[in-house]
Design a protein around this ligand. Structure first.
Ligand code: CP3
Length: 343
């Protein structure tokens, strides 16, 4: 099937589908027994990301089990700082760790050749997925946005991460801007390479955008995203781009207008009726079911699914959660969600 005929790509190109495409952020992960089994064999989380056999397998697992309309490359946002030469590891049960960049440091040097040779297994995973996915399933590539990457690079971990980057932003603005602008170049390049390898859409995760005050939001979220969009469009003008500046409330509308992304993923903090009025006229909306429903299910989940579809289903729309599915999620609730949407 041509990419343009797949439900996800149709939606991202502004078409309204009778039944919206569905996928879930973090759809490959610890809530699946088969993921935990491969994770055990692989030994470490980064071994999963850098071994195409493992990465292809865990990407396909949720597609086999649930038949989502889109598949997202299995990897992590932190492979980018790793490819830029930073020391990155995953502490079991604790999440990612990096040797932090001290405030005021020059950005890590972006050398496209060594960057691509480090990430070659990821590109191979993408091209193998394009061959192995069911013909109707769209393949999404992704990267972390410069701001969110910078939060981890500055703090070295997923705790108090925004504080350290915000401190840097104000105490050494020139070096912070240099870091963000350099990351925009490497992320743009990385997404182009994923599309070269076969990704049919890309998503830019700015998971910590909510920590930016309005001026900083423009400088460190909107502007670098706009630059990434420019780099990707120069190489691949027809590939849709989804932004995800998580938690920014009414600024979602400004974000879409200013960056030119095709679609935007909304967290559960935004009302679907507000999004229908203020965001959907500007671009495709993706979202935004409260991820907790994947644990608790029941009528409360059904009501929220109805509300989202009633508000957003009459325009370009992709059904998703407001953030990633968590390890405690119950697969029966995923089945119930799909049945509710697809009938
Ligand atoms: O299925 C998919 O969505 C694709 C894979 C994917 C992962 N991470 C796998 C993963 C994607 C798209 C990401 C993005 C990512 N990684 C983000 C942005 C999205 C978001 O959730 O806000 C961020 C901030 C990270 C950094 C990261 N990676 C953290 C903070 C953690 C620890 C928290 C956790 O859930 O364990 C990870 C680890 C991680 N990335 C896991 C997975 C499946 C769990 C690792 C394990 O198996 O132990």
């Amino acid at each position: 099937m041509k990419s343009d005929d797949k439900l996800l790509i149709r939606a991202l190109k502004g078409k309204t589908n009778p039944v919206p495409p569905v996928w879930l952020m973090r759809q490959a992960g610890r809530y699946l027994d088969e993921y935990r089994a491969v994770r055990e064999t692989a030994g470490g989380f980064l071994n999963l990301c850098y071994n195409p056999d493992f990465a292809v397998e865990v990407t396909l697992q949720p597609i086999r089990r649930f038949g989502f309309d889109a598949s997202i490359l299995f990897s992590d946002i932190l492979v980018v700082p790793h490819a830029l030469g930073m020391n990155v590891w995953f502490a079991q049960g604790e999440g990612p760790r990096l040797d932090p960049l001290p405030i005021g440091s020059a950005p890590p040097v972006f050398d496209p050749e060594s960057f691509d040779s480090h990430l070659a297994p990821v590109y191979e995973t993408v091209s193998r997925l394009r061959e192995e996915l069911p013909k109707e399933t769209a393949l999404i590539g992704f990267a972390g946005a410069p701001w969110t990457l910078a939060t981890y690079m500055a703090a070295g971990r997923g705790k108090d991460e925004q504080a350290q980057a915000r401190k840097w932003m104000f105490s050494s603005p020139d070096t912070f801007a240099a870091l963000i602008d350099s990351l925009a170049e490497s992320v743009g390049h990385y997404l182009v390479k994923q599309i070269d390898a076969g990704a049919e859409a890309v998503q830019i995760f700015d998971s910590w955008a909510s920590a930016l005050a309005p001026n900083a939001f423009d400088r460190y979220c909107v502007q670098p995203t706009k630059r990434i969009v420019e780099i990707v469009r120069a190489a691949h003008p027809d590939t849709p781009i989804i932004g995800f500046p998580r938690g920014v409330g009414s600024l979602y509308a400004d974000f879409v207008k200013a960056t030119g992304v095709n679609g935007v993923s909304l967290d559960q903090g935004v009302s679907p009726e507000w999004a229908a009025e203020h965001v959907q006229p500007l671009g495709t909306v993706q979202g935004n079911l409260e991820p907790m429903h994947m644990i608790t299910g029941g009528d409360a989940m059904m009501r929220d699914i109805d509300r989202i579809i009633n508000a957003l289903g009459q325009g370009p729309f992709v059904f998703n959660l407001g953030h990633g599915i968590t390890p405690e999620a119950d697969i029966n609730n995923v089945h119930a969600l799909l049945k509710k949407i697809r009938g």
